[in-house]
Design a protein around this ligand. Structure first.
Ligand SMILES: Nc1ncnc2c1ncn2[C@@H]1O[C@H](COP(=O)(O)OP(=O)(O)O)[C@@H](O)[C@H]1O
Ligand SMILES: O=P(O)(O)OC[C@H](O)CO
Length: 496
């Protein structure tokens, strides 16, 4: 059998498909952006049909680019934006509403109520999560309560819930598979990560009928085959993982203590904690890193909602730059005497603050502040936030104390940002040769399961360093800058 594997990387702003050969080289690529629907302040939606159309067409483009045909593929792996919630009618396959995106804050009142009722400790004990609108559970509840007729359809067994992986699986298999994987399930706030099962008490708490839920399988399970009407042949789907989990795999973070951070729209850092779940005392998330061959590997996660999105804001709203790569050189020339600090809480603050109501702020502006200082502040905010996450992880887990950060995602192209990141973390930052780590991780799960790619050790050996950034900032300056950030966050938070 051939060693070609196609990975779907269905992200927040674009759908991508990549074909890899058995030496992990990219031989085909397709990418399409799709629309972000912002019906109200704090609300973010995607059209599931657009997600499906762009996924299908990028798969076809990737195949065409590689000059391969579908029958050359040994398997498909899926990585997806997590938490984004779709409900569809099983009888027609049609969504009953737009997908509610992970960034959407419409259920913050519901979450506040759950916290006020004292439910958070039990929710955290079972799911490893914080009560926040970020996760899928309250989004499902909102759809059932606000889309006319939805609750009755759900109770009658006609509605299916899925994160994007489930929705794509349903469509790819012609409605034959309603399943998800453990990593995606672990982001719903309805899943017991110890028992590896949906939690009946949490379903009752959020008033969600169990009939809507997909079956939960391991990341490397059999997820069926594509409907032959799509590509002419039935291609096996052998791997599914949430995109951040797939990136941790693509970065070969297989040993406890290894950490990766992916800098795209947001930033998500995952620390492998091995077969034991680590409870965070610092409001990090405890999550399933991956589950392969019946064994769960846990992770601590820090989620930052705005990273590259702050650069997009400089480009699209302030129009200070015309493209993202201009931000680094601008920042490099910022006035060293000015301390302009940006807290990009456009959609609230994620870990470790979990403040859904906070909104962005800029401090320290002077008459001489301009595009350079704002560019530095936007890029540095990502570094400061990562520093908060790593400090929390180090408190929670001694294995993280002398760690090297493996980075990927669009924003790591900025050398200035990576150097500043290393300076502020006081730790090395490793940028690999292959930056398509999310797709590579999904492809590896599927490829090794299909028997055409090597196992974990063989795969880990292929990881290659492109550049290591070493810390070079004086300790006193680091402490001063981190102090400025701490002060800015304190003044931005909605609660003290
Ligand atoms: N050279 C660069 N410097 C700074 N930011 C960048 C650079 N290149 C891309 N970005 C940022 O990275 C993000 C895109 O990364 P990507 O991994 O494709 O994101 P996503 O998967 O979330 O859509 C954008 O927000 C963009 O602003
Ligand atoms: O699509 P990305 O790369 O922005 O990742 C989104 C995350 O999975 C949200 O939890």
């Amino acid at each position: 059998m051939s060693g070609y594997v196609l990975a779907i990387d269905q992200g927040t702003t674009s759908s991508r498909a990549i074909v890899f050969d058995d030496r992990f080289r990219v031989v085909g690529l397709g990418q399409e952006e799709f629309r972000q629907h912002l019906p109200r302040s704090g609300w973010v939606e995607h059209d599931p049909e657009e997600i499906w159309r762009t996924t299908l067409s990028t798969m076809r483009s990737a195949l065409a680019y590689s000059s391969l045909s579908a029958s050359d593929l040994a398997a498909i792996g899926i990585a997806n934006q997590r938490e984004t919630t779709v409900l569809w009618d099983r009888r027609t396959g049609l969504p009953i509403h737009n997908a509610i995106v992970w960034q959407d804050r419409r259920t913050s009142e519901m979450c506040r109520r759950l916290v006020a009722e004292g439910t958070e400790p039990e929710i955290t004990a079972r799911t490893g999560l914080i009560v926040d609108p970020y996760f899928a559970g309250t989004k499902i509840a909102w759809l059932l309560d606000n889309v006319e007729g939805a609750r009755r359809l759900a109770e009658d067994g006609h509605l299916a819930f899925g994160t994007i992986d489930s929705f794509l699986l349903w469509r790819l298999t012609g409605g034959r598979v309603h399943a998800t994987d453990t990593t995606n399930a672990s982001r719903t706030m309805l899943f017991d990560i110890e028992a590896n099962a949906w939690d009946a008490d949490l379903l009752r708490l959020l008033d969600i009928p169990g009939a809507v839920l997909p079956e939960v399988r391991d990341c490397d399970a059999d997820f069926g085959t594509t409907d032959p009407s799509l590509f002419g042949v039935a291609i096996p789907i052998r791997g599914v993982a949430g995109d951040q989990h797939a990136a941790a795999i693509g970065q070969a973070c297989f040993r406890p203590g290894m950490v990766k951070a992916t800098y795209g729209t947001g930033c998500f850092a995952l620390l492998n904690t091995g077969s034991e779940r680590v409870a965070s005392g610092s409001r990090m998330l405890t999550t399933v890193g991956y589950r392969l061959a019946g064994r769960t590997t846990y992770a601590l996660e820090g989620s930052i909602f705005v990273a590259g999105a702050a650069v997009q804001w400089l480009r699209d709203e302030l129009r200070l730059i015309s493209s993202a790569p201009e931000s680094g050189p601008l920042a490099e020339n910022a006035d060293a005497e000015q301390d302009v600090v940006m807290v990009p809480a456009f959609t609230g603050l994620g870990a470790p603050w979990w403040d859904a109501e906070a909104r962005g702020a800029i401090f320290g502006l002077t008459r001489r502040s301009g595009p350079r200082e704002l560019a530095r502040a936007a890029l540095e905010a990502t570094c400061f936030q990562t520093s908060d996450l790593l400090a929390a992880m180090r408190r929670d887990c001694p294995q993280a104390s002398d760690t090297v950060l493996r980075v990927d995602g669009g924003m790591v192209a900025s050398d200035w940002t990576m150097q500043r990141l290393s300076d502020l973390l006081d730790a090395p930052v490793d940028r690999p040769v292959v930056l398509e780590t999310t797709a590579l991780g999904a492809a590896w799960i599927a490829g090794q399961k299909a028997g055409v790619w090597p196992g974990m050790d063989g795969f880990a050996e292929q990881w290659r360093l492109e550049r290591r950034f070493e810390p070079g900032m004086e300790g006193a300056e680091r402490a001063r800058r981190l102090g400025l950030w701490e002060d800015a966050v304190r003044r931005t938070r909605s609660t003290f």
